[in-house]
Design a protein around this ligand. Structure first.
Ligand SMILES: [Zn+2]
Length: 191
């Protein structure tokens, strides 16, 4: 294993985006630092888990007073960045990733390693990162909000209150129905 670490430090930006049509979206994380760009292909579940991981760290370090309810902050999904290069300097399919907190510098750390390297790793708990970014807390919070909206955009929604659901028949405590209610749902995408 001889993968080198690309460390973007505090990037110019670090965002999740979805490419393609609803039902067939591909997800990636894009980052820019100076003249360098990176594209990290991930699964939709990774975007969701990463958003949750950032929120969890933010709560643990006291940035957020309350755990946010899923769907509460989900606005319209962010539009793909038009100026991201077609051939970024770094391009990898993420096999494993982890989130940590750099207490001394108050930075939330994201590290990732490629599928190829993840398969080579023998010690199952160890991630030898190939890519790393360090995010100030407000940046991590913005990422989490935008990523949540991005994931929610491809989900079925409750027709009454608009809450994004995990699957079409998911029962939920609908504020418009004052409790649990099962209704016909508007399916926006099925990826
Ligand atoms: Zn509802």
């Amino acid at each position: 294993m001889s993968q080198e670490l690309t460390d973007f430090g505090i990037p110019d930006y670090f965002e999740a985006e979805a490419l393609g049509q609803p039902g067939n979206r591909r997800f990636r994380l894009i980052a820019k630092k100076g003249a360098q760009t990176a594209s990290l292909w991930v699964e939709r579940a990774d975007v969701e888990l990463l958003s949750q991981a950032f929120n969890q760290v933010l709560v643990e370090v006291g940035e957020s007073d309350t755990l946010r309810v899923e769907g509460e902050t989900a606005g319209p999904p962010p539009q793909p960045r038009g100026d991201f290069p077609r051939n970024p300097d770094i391009e990898l399919r993420v096999g494993r990733w982890a989130v940590g907190y750099d207490q001394a510098n108050a930075l939330i750390i994201y590290i990732a390693t490629s599928i190829e390297s993840a398969l080579e790793t023998t010690e199952s708990d160890e991630i030898i990162p190939e890519f790393r970014v360090a995010l100030p807390r407000d940046t991590a919070e913005r990422f989490a909000d935008a990523a949540e909206a991005l994931v929610a955009a491809g989900r079925p929604r409750c027709p009454l209150c608009g809450t994004a659901l995990s699957y079409p028949d998911e029962p939920h405590a609908c504020v418009k129905q004052n409790g649990h209610h099962k209704a016909e749902l508007v399916i926006e995408g099925d990826e």
